[in-house]
Design a protein around this ligand. Structure first.
Ligand code: SF4
Ligand code: SF4
Length: 279
């Protein structure tokens, strides 16, 4: 049964990070801005929660772009599910590149219990190389978060070859925050192998609160959860995950969650389903 979903509320970003796999020529053709009624999706999710008495449905406003570019729209979506957020039946989150966030936005997310994660790739030398020289801006945003919430936010760090050259420095960078860190594996040029990534995660776990998972995603150190309980909405369609937008769509975004059944063949879930399709 589906208990987790991500919604890509836009396909645009104000950055152009060197490793961004959403905006490569290969993916771009699949990311046309098709109409998607996000209120309808949210209504379907609420009905699904009610029908199956789901205790906590995990909902990410994350996808192929920077969600805060469309903050006014995002506000409307969050207000639409505010009763489910306040009583915990929906646990919502968003992830930002940290360049647009304001105190007002942080206050709004706090009131509605929406978790805000920040993408930051550790030390400035590595972050600035891959993420458009934005380290200072993101650090300021993280401090702003701290002043509003009295704690540091969860953070997302992409692990590349440069990270493996500076493992101790990267871990030392995140240690003082005391918040949960999600590491993801860079693929393509500058990327790291699954083995290298797992070795890094093991070392990081000795000192940091690292998000890993069971059936989630190999990119984050877990196993591939494609087709189990998680779906991804973008461009008016439903996909297996955010990385699978170039695989066949599994449903139209207006379809009831009950009628979404990817029915994948058995495969080794230590591998990425999408990568297996391309072998
Ligand atoms: S901030 Fe995220 S979506 Fe935007 S270019 Fe960088 S990696 Fe891509
Ligand atoms: S198909 Fe690949 S990218 Fe998608 S959830 Fe599975 S491991 Fe992650």
């Amino acid at each position: 049964m589906i208990t987790r979903a991500c919604i890509s509320i836009n396909n645009s970003c104000n950055l152009n990070c060197a490793y961004c796999h959403f905006h490569t020529p290969g993916k771009a053709e699949f990311l046309a801005d098709g109409y998607m009624d996000i209120y309808k999706i949210l209504d379907n999710i609420k009905s699904h929660i009610d029908k199956y008495s789901i205790k906590v449905f995990k909902l990410g406003f994350v996808g192929n772009g920077e969600p805060l570019l469309d903050y006014e729209a995002l506000k409307g979506y969050i207000e639409h599910i505010s009763d489910y957020l306040s009583d915990g039946r929906i646990a919502a989150y968003t992830i930002t590149n940290g360049t647009l966030i304001t105190e007002e936005m942080l206050g709004f997310f706090k009131v509605h219990k929406v978790n805000v994660g920040f993408s930051i790739d550790g030390i400035p030398e590595i972050h600035n190389k891959w993420r458009c020289g934005t380290h200072n801006k993101v650090m300021n945003a993280i401090e702003l978060y701290h002043s509003v919430n009295s704690c540091y936010p969860s953070m997302n760090c992409t692990v590349c070859k440069d990270t493996l050259d500076r493992v101790d420095d990267t871990i030392a960078f995140f240690e003082p925050f005391g918040s949960r860190i999600t590491f993801s594996r860079m693929i393509g040029n500058g990327g790291v192998s699954l083995n290298e990534f797992h070795n890094f995660i093991s070392k990081a776990q000795e000192k940091l609160n690292v998000r890993t998972g069971g059936y989630d995603c190999t990119m984050y150190g877990g196993m591939c959860g494609a087709g189990i309980n998680n779906i991804f909405y973008a461009n008016g369609n439903v996909y297996l995950c955010g990385n699978c937008v170039d695989l066949p769509v599994i449903a139209n975004s207006a379809v009831l969650l009950d009628n979404i059944d990817p029915d994948l063949p058995l495969f080794d879930r230590k591998q990425c389903y999408r990568e297996i399709q391309q072998l």
